[in-house]
Design a binder for this molecule. Structure first.
Ligand code: KG4
Ligand code: ZN
Length: 334
C-alpha cells in the first residue's frame, strides 16, 4: 500500500506548529513555536497578541518543518489543519495558511477537531485499539470520551464549569506562580503533604466534573490564612489540591472503564503530563487489566503532530473539505 504523508498545522491557542506524519503513526518532523514567554507577562493568553504572533511564525514553522523532514510540498498527500475549537483569531491564521497551501499545490484540505488531535497524539506512541476511553484534560477541556472505532466520538461527560487545567492555572496564581502554572503545581505537589482540607467536587455517580468550587475553595483558604496572619505552605497546598483532582478524575474514569467494558485507555491534553494522574491511572488500568497509552510529554500540550496523526484517519474516511470551511471557536467533537 502506498505511504500517506500528511502535513499538519495547529494554531488554535498560543502554539504555532507544523508537522509531517507518515501513515498516521510515524512522525517525520515537528516544529513548535511557543508564545508562553510572551503571554506569561499578562497572566494568561491574550487573544489579539496570539493572532499577531501566529502571523509572524506560521510560514517559518512550515518551511522549517519541510526542511527538517527533507521533503517538498509535492511529496505531501494532504494538509490537515485545526479548524476548532480555539481562539478564533488564532485558528484563522493556521486555517488560511492551510487553505493557501492546498490551493497552490492542489492538495486535499482536511479540517481536524482540536480534541481529536489531542486523542490521536497517543497513536504516535501505539496505534489506538477499541473500544477506547479517552480522558481529555487540558486548559480548555475536561471530558471522558468513548470511542468504538476511529473517529467515532461519544462524550460520556465533561466539566460543568471550569476545565481542570484552568483550575491548575488559577491555583498556581494564588500562590504566585506565573501562567501556565500546572507543571509547577505538579512539581510542588510531589514535595508536600495533604495538610489542607478541600471539598471533593461533584462527587456523584455521573461522568461530569466541576472545578469552579474547588478553585474558589483554594482562593478562600489562601485568603483566610492571610487574614489570620498565617503563611500558606505552597507545597502542602499543591499536594492537598492535586490529591482532590486525582481522586475525582480517577474515580470517574474507573467507573467508565468498568461500565463501558473498555479495552484501551488513553489520556490527552496538557494536564495528561501530570505525574500524579499518570501514576494513579496507570494503577487503575493495571488493576482492570486493560491496555493504556499516555502521550509523550512534549505532545500533551498543543502541537501539529497530533493534528497530522488524526488527519490521516479523516483523510482515509474521505473527510475532505472545500476551501470555504470556516474556523469555529466552539464545535462538538464528532
Ligand atoms: O492542551 P493544552 O496545551 O491547551 C489547551 O488546549 O487547553 O493544555 C494546557 C494546560 C494548562 O492549563 C497547563 O497548566 C496544563 O495544561 N498542564 C498541566 C501540566 N502540564 C501542563 N497541569 C497539571 N500538571 C501538569 N504537569
Ligand atoms: Zn489543546
Amino acid at each position: 500500500m502506498k505511504d500517506v504523508y500528511i502535513l499538519g498545522i495547529e494554531s488554535s491557542c498560543d502554539e504555532t506548529s507544523c508537522s509531517i506524519v507518515k501513515n498516521g503513526v510515524e512522525e517525520l518532523a515537528t516544529v513548535i513555536s511557543s508564545q508562553i514567554d510572551i503571554h506569561k507577562n499578562y497572566g494568561g493568553v491574550v487573544p489579539e497578541i496570539a493572532s499577531r504572533e501566529h502571523v509572524k511564525n506560521i510560514t517559518i514553522v512550515i518551511e522549517e518543518c519541510l526542511e527538517q523532514a527533507n521533503m517538498t510540498m509535492d511529496q505531501i498527500d494532504a494538509i490537515a489543519v485545526t479548524y476548532g475549537p480555539g481562539l478564533i483569531g488564532s485558528l484563522l491564521i493556521g486555517l488560511e495558511a492551510a487553505k493557501t497551501l492546498s490551493f497552490i499545490y492542489d492538495k486535499p484540505l482536511v479540517p481536524v477537531h482540536h480534541i481529536a488531535g489531542h486523542i490521536y497524539a497517543n497513536n504516535l506512541i501505539k496505534p489506538l485499539t477499541f473500544p477506547l476511553l479517552a480522558l481529555v484534560i487540558s486548559g480548555g477541556h475536561t471530558e471522558l470520551v468513548y470511542m468504538k472505532d476511529h473517529l467515532y466520538f461519544e462524550k460520556l461527560g465533561g466539566t460543568l464549569d471550569d476545565a481542570v487545567g484552568e483550575c491548575y492555572d488559577k491555583v498556581a496564581r494564588v500562590v504566585g506562580i506565573p501562567y501556565p502554572g500546572g507543571p509547577s503545581i505538579d512539581k510542588l505537589a510531589a514535595l508536600g503533604k495533604h495538610e489542607y482540607k478541600l471539598p471533593i467536587p461533584l462527587n456523584d455517580d455521573s461522568y461530569n466534573f466541576s472545578f469552579s468550587g474547588l478553585k474558589s475553595a483554594v482562593i478562600n483558604l489562601a485568603h483566610n490564612e492571610e487574614q489570620r496572619g498565617n503563611k500558606i505552605n505552597k507545597e502542602n497546598l499543591a499536594t492537598s489540591f492535586q490529591d482532590v483532582v486525582v481522586e475525582i478524575i480517577s474515580k470517574k474514569t474507573e467507573k467508565a472503564i468498568v461500565e463501558k467494558d473498555i479495552k484501551n485507555f488513553v489520556m490527552a491534553g496538557g494536564v495528561a503530563a501530570n505525574r500524579a494522574l499518570r501514576a494513579k491511572l496507570e494503577e487503575v488500568c493495571k488493576q482492570h487489566n486493560i491496555d493504556y497509552t499516555f502521550p509523550a510529554i512534549r505532545y500533551c500540550t498543543d502541537n501539529a503532530a497530533m493534528i497530522a496523526a488524526a488527519g490521516y484517519y479523516y483523510y482515509k474516511q474521505g473527510r475532505i473539505s472545500d476551501k470555504k470551511v470556516n474556523a469555529k471557536s466552539n464545535d462538538k467533537l464528532n
